[in-house]
Design a protein around this ligand. Structure first.
Ligand SMILES: [Cu+2]
Length: 160
């Protein structure tokens, strides 16, 4: 019987050519059997490892995370000539906004209505748990004569 798509020479390929080696020793067969068992064990272990790693990755993807975002306030940032970076987080994430600025003033997170005084040259942080989804705007509210009001970053909190 010929199976559709079967090559005509398939039979020839399936039969090994032992012309140079007329005898197969039982020891050789046993060695190959051991090799086959070892190989399939390795394949199973690798499969198990990959499977576990994958499901672990899914687990951590949905879990709450700690996210640290850094902003270095530059002149371009202060004058709005450079678009503010957009940071992404998920509801429930622990968020740290770490800002370094030589310019004094207040670090204000609109939406959370939180303000922290900037210590010029030092890292100033706003730390919170993102309880609500939405867009939050991180601003620098200057206490200078010109009332500097610069957007440092946009934080997008996605719903879970
Ligand atoms: Cu503002």
């Amino acid at each position: 019987m010929k199976i559709v798509g079967q090559r005509d020479d398939a039979g020839a390929l399936a039969v090994p050519d032992f012309s140079g080696k007329p005898e197969i020793h039982p020891a050789t067969v046993a060695r190959f059997a051991k090799l086959a068992i070892a190989a399939s064990t390795v394949v199973m272990l690798v499969g198990l490892y990959v499977g576990m790693k994958y499901s672990y990755a899914i687990g951590t993807f949905t879990a709450e995370q700690s996210r640290v975002f850094h902003v270095d306030v530059s002149e371009a940032c202060l004058h709005g000539t450079e678009p503010a970076p957009v940071f992404e987080a998920h509801e429930g994430d622990h968020v740290v906004l770490a800002v370094t600025s030589l310019f004094p003033g207040g670090l204000f997170l609109h939406g959370l209505e939180t303000e922290v005084d900037i210590a010029p040259g030092m890292e100033t942080t706003i730390t919170f748990t993102a309880e609500h989804a939405g867009r939050f705007f991180l601003h620098l509210h200057g206490n200078d004569a010109g009332n500097t009001h610069a957007e440092l970053a946009v934080l997008e909190v996605a719903p879970r």
